[in-house]
Design a protein around this ligand. Sequence first.
Ligand code: ZN
Ligand code: ZN
Length: 185
Amino acid sequence: MSVRIDVSDIKEKAGLQKRTDLSVNLEPVEFSGQEVRFPEPFTGTAEIWNLGDRLLVRAEVSGAAELVCSRCLKRYTEPVSVSFDEEFVEAAPGKGESDAEEDAESGLTVSFYTDDEIDLTGPLRDNILLALPMKPLCREDCKGLCPRCGKDLNEGPCNCDRPDDKIDPRLAVLQDLLRKPDSHS
Ligand SMILES: [Zn+2]
Ligand SMILES: [Zn+2]
């Protein structure tokens, strides 16, 4: 699914601007070794200004990503919001819109557009991926899995650290003493 915005109404004159609603469904992507899914469309707005020699797009979208918690390995949904700027220049004849080049003056990457339409699909996807957490957590205090038995500790403690399993030898001696019948009476 692509997000294309018609700019024929503002591209001829510097100072013109427009605002448009955005809605984009993203395909699942492979990110940090896991499949990230997007259960709902990202929605928001884009404002486009004609700066004379280029178009400046300021986009804001929010939605959600389905990630795998890095501690308990369960899938959960993380809200994601991004805002970013992207500059577009009309492609010279013979140049494809997929070409992007570094602007010598500003150091910013400039994308090209053709047919009076700018394509925000790539910038939207890239910026949403950049906003995903490197270490996803289903909740701040996720307890994760027991490294020994693998139980999800959010659902309760496991039996790995039960005191009966190994009694401190010093306590064992004390227990023996307490069990001895009193011989001084
Ligand atoms: Zn978790
Ligand atoms: Zn355990």
